[in-house]
Each structure stands twice: as structure tokens, then as C-alpha cells.
Design a protein around this ligand. Structure first.
Ligand code: KG4
Ligand code: ZN
Length: 350
């Protein structure tokens, strides 16, 4: 009988310190996430210095709890992976140094995982998704459409020209005083609101390319918010209208990308990954759009959409033939498709 390969994954690139243990047969033995959200909530966003110190304080304990949950000792781990970028460099360093120390002490392979690849391949951990597929990656820092041909093989169709979709949620929530992170807060509030109540723009709707823009939406939202101050049910209506506008933009640009993908490779699967993929209204709208385009929609369960270490362990398992040397240097910027064409009017932004 073939023995399983057991991977320890570590994630620390933003405001979650996470450790997970995943086998190459896709069994998730442990998935432990310690969130720093409360520490950053009072600032309305993640403070890098606070985040790095907090990762350092808890990382050993987070790994120990994951091992306990899995019923394993560190001696039973076959490989160790940590996010090597992109992200807040202080946090990435904490995870990287920890993973390298474990790998060196145990003489097991070390893997530096691109955080974006963690999100990109997460759909394959809980679902049968074969290459190539179209990926809508929507997180706090990134909004991208990519054709995924395999681990390390990405063809970017579009990216944001300014803010990410998650940032639009976070900034909208900040304007309304709903706290951080904004996405879940807006989604909760939107349940009692009318998505058509407040008129908001849909930037780039119908454009022939697959890029996104959310900064004009944010400015318009701030103006409407100021106009509606004190009006009854304004917060719920504003939340519902903002969520609908973001969902419309994502659906419209993804529709364009599905056409482009289908023309090249035929209809396939549309995978949505990243924190914003946890939003039910966005899921519903993209499901409708995917159906129309002849694509199957696959969205990982919520606990794999937001930042977690199971996706990091899994991305390393997908490439376990090629471990990294222990002198790997963390990368604050690490594009999935380094050769991508920048959006119109932009230089090298990825
Ligand atoms: O992937 P993620 O956990 O971290 C990054 O890599 O950025 O994504 C975090 C983002 C935040 O902007 C958060 O507001 C958003 O995902 N988010 C949501 C929801 N849950 C998290 N946005 C909309 N609806 C949600 N339910
Ligand atoms: Zn992420």
C-alpha cells in the first residue's frame, strides 16, 4: 500500500496566523486559524507592525494545536510549506523562518508557496476541477481573472486598475462605521436593505477587456452615504446597493473572460476563490452568469475562501516534486503571471 504524504502548511501573510495538516489524498487532518481581526478592528484595517508581532507571538501554539487536532507528532510530518509572498513582509518572514526551522531540524522538504496560488488551487482540494479552468480570484488585495493551466502556469486575462473588490467592501464598511473586515459586515447588513435603493456606478461595464476598477464606485458610495446620513434604513440600503454594484461588476467582467476563455479552450469550470468568494449574493450572480455561458461553477467552502493554511499545504502538495532550497527569500510581490499585459493606460502594475 502506498503511504500518504502529510504536509504541514503555514499561512501568515496578512492578519491570520494559520496552520493546517493536509494529506496528498485531500484529507484535511487539521485546519487551525487564529485571527488578529480584533487587534486591527480599531484601526479600520491591518497594521503591518502589529500583525508581524502577533504572528510571532502565536505561531508555535497555532502549529501545536494543528498537530494535536490531527493526532500527529511533528515527527510524522513529511513536508512543511509556508506562504513565501506576496503579502506583508513581516508576517511572511515569521511563517517562512518557522517552516525552514522545522524543515532543517527534521530533514524534510520545505516549500515556499505563493499565497495567490494557494487561493488559485484551493478549488481542487474539495472538488474535482481539471486544468485548464477559469479563475476569479477576489480577495482583500487582489481581483484577477486567470486561465489556470496547472501549478505555476497562469495566463492573466484581467486585474484591477485600482482597488480590489475586497478593498471596496472594506472601505465601504469603514465609511459606514461597520468595522473591519468589511465584507462580512456589509453582507449581514445588506440582508435588510434594498439593492436598488441607492444608485451606484458599474465601472467598466461592457468593456472589451477583462480588467476591473472599483475606485470610482468607492467615491460615489462616499457621496451617497453623506447625502443619506440620518435617513431611515439608509445603512441597510447602502450596504445592499454596494454589494449589488460589486457583484454586477464582478459578473460583467467574468462574463467577458468566460467568452475569451471559451474561444480559446472551450467551456470549462469557473472557480471563484479568495475571501470575497464567501459572499452569497456574489455566488448567486456568478452562478447565473456561468450557467448562461455553459460553465460549471465551483466555489470552495467558506473556510477555504478566506485566508487559511490548508490551501497553502495543498498548493505545496500539488508541486511536491519540486521543494525549495532553505535560502529562499520571501517575495513581497509575486505575480502569478509575470508576463501579463498591464491594463490599458498602466505601466507594470500586476
Ligand atoms: O482572501 P482573504 O481572506 O485575504 C486576502 O488574501 O486578502 O480576503 C479578505 C477580504 C477582505 O477584504 C474581506 O472584507 C473580504 O475578503 N470578505 C468578504 C466576505 N468575507 C470576507 N467580502 C464579501 N463578503 C464576504 N462574506
Ligand atoms: Zn488571501
Amino acid at each position: 500500500m502506498q503511504t500518504k504524504f502529510i504536509m504541514l502548511g503555514i499561512e501568515s501573510s496578512c492578519d491570520e496566523t494559520a496552520a493546517a495538516i493536509v494529506c496528498d489524498d485531500k484529507t484535511i487532518l487539521a485546519n487551525n486559524v487564529a485571527s488578529q481581526m480584533d487587534m486591527h478592528a480599531e484601526y479600520g484595517g491591518v497594521v503591518p507592525e502589529v500583525a508581524a508581532r502577533a504572528h510571532l507571538d502565536v505561531i508555535d501554539q497555532v502549529i501545536n494545536v494543528a498537530l494535536e487536532d490531527a493526532g500527529l507528532s511533528i515527527a510524522e510530518i513529511d513536508g512543511v510549506a509556508a506562504t513565501g509572498g506576496p503579502g506583508l513582509i513581516g508576517g511572511v518572514l515569521v511563517g517562512t523562518v518557522t517552516a525552514k526551522a522545522i524543515a532543517a531540524a527534521r530533514c524534510i522538504p520545505y516549500f515556499a508557496v505563493n499565497h495567490l496560488e494557494g487561493h488559485a488551487l484551493s478549488g481542487r482540494l474539495t472538488d474535482e476541477v481539471s486544468f485548464p479552468y477559469l479563475l476569479l480570484l477576489v480577495s482583500g488585495g487582489h481581483t484577477q481573472l486567470l486561465a489556470v493551466h496547472g501549478p505555476g502556469q497562469y495566463e492573466r486575462y484581467g486585474t484591477t486598475m485600482d482597488d480590489a473588490a475586497g478593498e471596496a467592501f472594506d472601505k465601504g464598511a469603514k465609511i459606514m462605521g461597520l468595522g473591519y473586515p468589511g465584507g462580512p459586515a456589509i453582507e449581514r447588513c445588506a440582508r435588510d436593505g434594498d439593492p436598488k435603493a441607492v444608485q451606484l456606478p458599474r465601472p467598466l461595464r461592457g468593456a472589451a477587456h477583462c480588467h476591473f476598477s472599483f475606485s470610482g464606485l468607492k467615491t460615489a458610495f462616499a457621496q451617497r452615504h453623506a447625502q443619506l446620513e440620518g435617513v431611515s434604513n439608509a445603512v441597510a440600503d447602502l450596504a445592499a446597493s454596494l454589494q449589488a454594484a460589486i457583484a454586477d461588476c464582478l459578473a460583467d467582467r467574468t462574463k467577458q473572460a468566460m467568452q475569451q476563455f471559451a474561444a480559446n479552450y472551450g467551456e470549462s469550470t469557473l472557480v471563484i476563490a479568495g475571501g470575497v468568494a464567501a459572499n452569497a449574493a456574489i455566488f448567486t450572480q456568478l452562478e447565473r452568469e456561468a450557467l448562461k455561458a455553459g460553465f460549471r461553477l465551483s466555489v470552495p467552502p467558506g473556510y477555504l475562501c478566506t485566508d487559511n493554511a490548508a490551501m497553502i499545504a495543498w498548493a505545496a502538495l500539488e508541486r511536491r516534486e519540486v521543494p525549495h532550497a532553505l535560502d529562499f527569500e520571501p517575495l513581497p510581490r509575486w505575480p502569478l503571471d509575470p508576463d501579463a499585459t498591464p491594463p490599458p493606460g498602466q505601466g507594470v502594475r500586476r
